[in-house]
Design a protein around this ligand. Structure first.
Ligand code: SF4
Length: 698
């Protein structure tokens, strides 16, 4: 198309907002929200509006590169795609033959849509069980708990609207702006907003009631709410009797989690626990918008299970204005065996998947921290090659010094990315990947209304390729060509086949919408083995995991000298950025120029810190610097630090100041991990702050 506009879907984060790309002489010149898209209704967030800055950024990687200096030295030579793919295929085959397919590991970053599934399909077709992602710290804990408890992922019915809305552990005004807008509408219509968050953000400032639990103690708080609701008879007796299993076991289980006991652990006064439990149970319909904060402790799965049970016993599950099911548009499911090919891996090879201990048997990923360990120690076997797709683990994994050691230890490292990053700096071969404006796809939104929308190629920059094209090129050279369709569009046709349309037809339709399902629509049946909400999970019990939600023991919260580290660290993702991405985009950087730690002013004064000055944040594991900002709404014992900072503008440093303000330098990857999903503790870590010594200011 020469002039006009193209309907597409923003791919900078996983939300899937509809966008209109304006073209002049075939070139994108402007982007705006698609007013017809049901999710975002004409708006984009600041990241979305910066899409063309990403596209045309002068520092985009546009040609494949081969390293010619030492790792991390920043010396490269341009190579052709043919050479790049041949080098990779030869190395992968060499290692597969000598050490088995499991010696080739695959790492992918935060959710990007179908690209993630292409890599999974590729790894399974290649035969390696060692593909890892951020699943254990993002969404999957909540998703898995929901599936086990009631068989679907429930979404707040904000448009109805609810009378009570909890926002639990989520900075949604920054990370889910379309949900935030719906929430504001519900509040304008009278909904009571309750924020559960130890930090400070727009939601905590706008909420009617703010509850600030000690980071990492949310599970105790929910168990105490269940205790109150059961003791005071505030649960939905008919629903519990007819549509749940294991309620009596729950009654016994939560009896010791009294508000008074739990108050000592969570810092929340007992009368506040009673008050919010009563509001949630009585001021119905009530909905809980949960966030990624819940995923960041070893108790993530059990915390999510407890919230699922809270929704169910109060009768808020599946009702208008409560937390409801959405039926997705008819597509081939990305996680299905037919698409992911996870059944191609023989059981004896799957059993070699590198994890830490035992995790739920319905999980297929390798655990990042265990894989990193194996790269260094060769235990249980050597990891010889590693393919990293759109991920910056030096910034996003805990214990980055160890991550660097691991990435330097593998024989052969490939990274595909849009920009040079600290992780890319360690690669042997670098592959320049296309932005979302450069390839066709289908985007499904996982977190709210069930919508599938079109992503259309508007242009192609340099020699960049889509992940599909890269993996197809590799598959052709590895003897697994038949697992990929000859073009990306043929693959998209396959995904659309249950809807009986082709991708060419979808270009005109642009959006497929799912629909809400209230529990009355399905006669109160739930897609679980019993057909009921499984409060007491015999499935978990049969797998050897706690059938009712219970806190783990032996976490850092219990095992530290609090005089040395008197504060508690939690973290936040900042609106303009997606994880470690976006620091080189001028508009976004201007909106949030420097790493920031938010501190209560009284706490800062006690440590002799002034607003705006650089401070050190120190834990038992490491020390970084960020700039101090004050906020009266912070709990005086908690500090809130920015996540995933590096400095792409420091071009003379090939590692871009990767360890200076990087939150993960403060976080270790030692056990205990969450029993179900292997999650390490990322929040609720004891720390201290200070003015930096001269030597640490760089
Ligand atoms: S929320 Fe995500 S998908 Fe929507 S405009 Fe922002 S970056 Fe794009």
């Amino acid at each position: 198309m020469e002039d006009g506009f193209l309907r597409t879907t923003c791919g900078i984060c996983q939300i899937g907002c509809g966008a209109l790309v304006h073209l002049k002489k075939g070139k994108p010149v402007k982007i705006e929200g698609d007013p017809l898209h049901p999710l975002n209704k004409g708006k984009l967030c600041q990241k979305g509006y910066a899409s063309l800055e990403y596209l045309y950024h002068p520092k985009r990687l546009t040609k494949p590169l081969k390293r010619i200096g030492a790792r991390g030295q920043g010396k490269w030579v341009d190579i052709s795609w043919d050479e790049a793919l041949s080098i990779i295929a030869d190395k992968f085959m060499e290692h597969k033959k000598a050490f088995g397919p499991e010696s080739v590991a695959f790492i992918r970053g935060a959710a990007k849509g179908l690209q993630d599934s292409y890599l999974t399909r590729f790894a399974n077709a290649f035969g390696s069980p060692n593909i890892t992602s951020m699943a254990h710290v993002c969404f999957i804990p909540r998703y898995t708990a929901s599936m086990i408890t009631y068989g679907f992922y429930a979404i707040p019915d904000l448009d109805y609207p609810p009378k009570t809305i909890f926002v639990w552990g989520g900075n949604i005004s920054d990370t889910l702006f379309h949900v935030y807008e719906r929430l504001c509408t519900a509040v304008r219509k009278g909904a009571c907003l309750i924020a559960v968050d130890p930090g400070s953000n727009r939601i905590t400032k706008e909420a009617k009631i703010v509850v600030k639990p000690k980071p990492g103690t949310d599970l105790y708080l929910i168990l105490a709410m269940l205790n109150v609701i059961i003791k005071e008879g505030l649960f939905d007796k008919n629903f519990v009797e007819q549509h749940t299993t294991g309620f009596q076991e729950l009654v016994n289980h939560v009896s010791s989690y009294t508000p008074e006991q739990v108050s000592k652990i969570t810092w929340i006064p007992a009368d506040t626990i009673v008050r919010i439990a009563r509001i949630y149970a009585l001021n119905k319909p009530s909905a809980i918008q949960w966030g990624n904060g819940i995923d960041h402790t070893p108790d993530n799965f059990q915390t999510a299970r407890a919230i699922c049970i809270l929704r169910a016993i109060t009768g808020n599950l599946g009702i208008p204005g409560g937390d409801i099911q959405w039926k997705n548009p008819a597509l081939i499911e990305r996680g299905s065996a037919i698409f992911s090919l996870h059944d191609r891996i023989p059981p004896e090879v799957r059993a070699k998947r590198i994890i830490a201990g035992k995790t739920l048997p319905n999980q297929f990923y390798a655990l990042p921290q265990a894989l990193i360990e194996a790269m260094i120690t060769y235990v249980p076997y050597p990891i010889k090659s590693c393919y990293i797709q759109g991920c910056n683990p030096l910034l996003t994994y805990p214990n980055p010094l160890k991550v660097r050691q691991a990435l330097e230890a593998v024989d052969f490292l490939v990274v595909s990315d849009m920009f040079m990053t600290p992780t890319v700096s360690l690669a042997d071969v670098v592959l320049p990947v296309a932005t979302y404006l450069e390839f066709d796809s289908i985007v499904t939104a996982p977190y709210s209304l069930a919508v599938a929308s079109i992503q259309q190629k508007a242009i192609r920059i340099g020699e960049c390729r889509s992940d599909y094209e890269i993996l197809k090129g590799l598959a052709d050279r590895l003897g697994i060509a038949n697992t990929f369709w000859s073009t990306e569009e043929e693959c998209l046709d396959f995904i659309l086949s249950p809807s009986s349309i082709t991708f060419a037809q979808f270009r005109n339709i642009a959006v497929l919408e799912g629909r809400k399902i209230y529990r009355d629509d399905v006669q109160n049946t739930f897609p679980t083995p019993s057909g009921k909400v499984e409060i007491y999970s015999t499935t978990l019990e049969s797998w050897g995991f706690p059938p009712l939600p219970e806190p783990s023991t032996g976490t850092e919260i219990n095992n530290i000298n609090q005089d040395d580290y008197p504060l508690i660290l939690t973290s936040t993702k900042v609106g303009p950025y997606r994880h470690s991405g976006g620091r080189q985009i001028t508009t976004l950087r201007n909106a949030h120029p420097l790493p920031r730690v938010i501190i209560h002013p009284d706490t800062a004064r006690a440590f002799g810190i002034s607003e705006g000055e650089l401070v050190t944040i120190e834990t038992r594991h490491g020390c970084i610097t960020q700039k101090a900002f004050f906020d009266d709404d912070m709990h005086p014992c908690v500090i809130l630090a920015d996540f995933a900072w590096w400095f792409p503008e420091r071009e003379s440093d090939p590692m871009y100041g990767w360890d200076e303000s990087n939150l993960n330098m403060l976080i270790h990857d030692d056990p205990p991990f969450g029993a179900e999903l292997g999650t390490p503790r990322l929040r609720g870590i004891h720390c201290r702050i200070a003015k930096p010594s001269i030597s640490i200011i760089r």
